[in-house]
Design a protein around this ligand. Structure first.
Ligand code: 5AD
Ligand code: SF4
Length: 473
């Protein structure tokens, strides 16, 4: 088979990362090998996101760059997949006249067939068909080899919640859960080839299986935790309205479940939450967080917040700041509200001017930074189990003026905080490390977005998967 090269650009969320792996795997069967050099590619695919206008612009600006390449290499095939493809369909051809393929969020299985057709007939294709019940990869579909320590696995697709600002239900379709047997078989296969940590993905994992009458999410977690070799389980995203005591109990008792939850609150104002169609109040959110912290005192909580939702007053925004002060999140993802096609809020009046949104965003991020730093500082002196992932970026870029730069590693705590570490007395012991090992690291310094520490030998990290803090002298 002649070597053909695929350049795959993934924009957006973890679900797109998983989908891109599925795309690469299916195209490998057609002889396409992945390359990181755009100039080398015979096929360029961009897997797009449309959650906010900015993400969509990113996709179009990348596609614009392809014009020159296509001129130089007329045989080049170019395709757009993902949420922008689903949303815009054929209209993308008008904007990008040299594009060959537009494929939607449910067309990944059909991709090899579509590419073969374009290879043969040099035609242009749009496939944005959405089934009521999207097909998931079957257990016996080929699974990409797991060279990584940590991977995402999709357990459900779509969303039925229709938050008024959100495009997801419109581009990803209705919520559908994947059969537990298929999920278990995929993760088991990955664990056999070295996977240590899995992140289960869904727009609202708490409602997993309910519609189809499959097992509950906590039952699924319990099955996943029995997979041999797998050390850590993460999941995202939880919806506060469905986040329940069963899951709190599982977080408190299941040793493999990491001490972290991402629980998007979006706003601290009940008036705004109602207009967002979030179906919970600030009080309910606070109550669930209190119960969670009661059972899991060490748990890290992160969240998403939208500033400048249509009609958000200064008083509403102050309520969001108050909520942040009350909860003290470990980290926050905050976004300026962005009108999205088909999302009802696009038609809401009282749009907040951009300069006000910008200001609110900055105030909110500055406030959150104080809590992120406080949480990180509190870990200085603690000895925590870290899943070693590989060399740290600073080391890879080779700009660390330290003789030990060759052994600087990076990994994460159970609470999902990045830790860079090395061994100062015995660099060789770090040299011997392999990705996927659970090691103990004594935290020495805290920065705003990462921690820095020293490898500690002789402690039994693997026996403390969750990382009850021990303090090394
Ligand atoms: N504008 C701004 N932020 C949005 N999000 C979703 N839709 C929008 C929008 N229209 C944010 C929410 C969500 C996260 C993934 O993206 O906070 O939780
Ligand atoms: Fe969008 Fe709301 Fe569904 Fe999340 S729960 S994907 S914000 S509609």
């Amino acid at each position: 088979m002649v070597n053909k090269y695929l350049y795959l650009n993934t924009i957006g969320c973890q679900m797109n990362v998983y989908d891109s792996e599925q795309i690469a795997m299916r195209l490998a069967a057609l002889g396409y090998q992945q390359t990181s050099l755009l100039e080398k590619a015979d096929l360029v695919i961009v897997n797009t996101c449309t959650i906010r206008a900015k993400a969509e612009q990113k996709a179009f600006s990348f596609l614009g760059r392809l014009a020159r390449l296509k001129k130089k290499k007329p045989g080049l095939i170019t395709g757009v997949g993902g949420c922008v493809a689903q949303q815009e369909g054929e209209r993308i051809f008008k904007r990008i006249p040299y594009l060959d393929l537009v494929f939607g969020t449910q067309a990944i299985d059909r991709l090899p067939h579509l590419i073969q057709k374009i290879e043969k007939k040099r035609c242009r294709i749009v496939d944005i068909e959405q089934a009521d019940k999207p097909r998931f990869p079957e257990a016996n579909d080929r699974i990409a080899p797991a060279s990584q320590v940590s991977r995402f696995v999709t357990i459900m697709r779509g969303c039925d919640n229709f938050c008024s600002y959100c495009v997801v239900p419109h581009v990803r379709g209705r919520e559908t859960s994947r059969h537990p047997d298929v999920i278990i078989s995929e993760i088991r296969e990955l664990a056999r080839s070295g996977l240590k940590e899995v992140t289960l993905l869904g727009q609202n994992v708490n409602s997993y299986g309910k519609k189809e009458g499959l097992c509950s999410f906590t039952e699924l977690l319990s099955r996943v935790s029995q997979i041999e070799g797998l050390m850590r389980i993460r999941f995202t995203t939880s919806h506060p309205k469905d986040f329940d005591e069963d899951l709190i109990y599982a977080l408190g008792t299941n040793e493999k479940l990491c001490d972290h939850i991402h629980l998007p609150v979006q706003s601290g104002s009940n008036r705004v939450l109602k207009r967002m169609n979030r179906k919970y109040t600030k009080e309910l959110y606070l109550d669930k967080v209190a119960k969670l912290r009661d059972t899991c005192p060490d748990i890290a909580i992160t969240s998403d917040i939208i500033v400048g939702f249509p009609g958000e007053s200064e008083a509403d925004f102050d309520e969001t700041l108050d909520l942040i002060r009350t909860i003290e999140f470990d980290g926050l993802f905050a976004f300026k509200y962005s009108d999205r096609p088909n999302a009802p809020a696009a038609k809401f009046e009282e749009k907040v001017p951009d300069q006000h949104m910008k200001k609110r965003l900055q105030v909110l991020l500055d406030l959150q930074d104080t809590f992120t730093e406080k949480k990180n500082q509190a870990l200085v002196g603690a000895c925590l189990p870290i899943l070693a992932e590989g060399f740290s970026k600073r080391q890879s870029s080779g700009n660390l003026n330290h003789p030990l730069q060759a052994v600087q590693w990076t990994g994460r705590t159970s609470t999902n905080k990045i830790v860079n570490f090395y061994h100062d007395d015995n660099p060789e012991s770090c040299d011997d490390l392999s990705p996927g090992e659970l090691v103990d690291v004594k935290i020495e310094k805290a920065y705003s977005h990462s921690l820095w520490g020293k490898l500690v030998e002789g402690t039994a990290a693997a026996e403390r998967l969750k990382g009850d803090r021990s303090y090394a002298a």
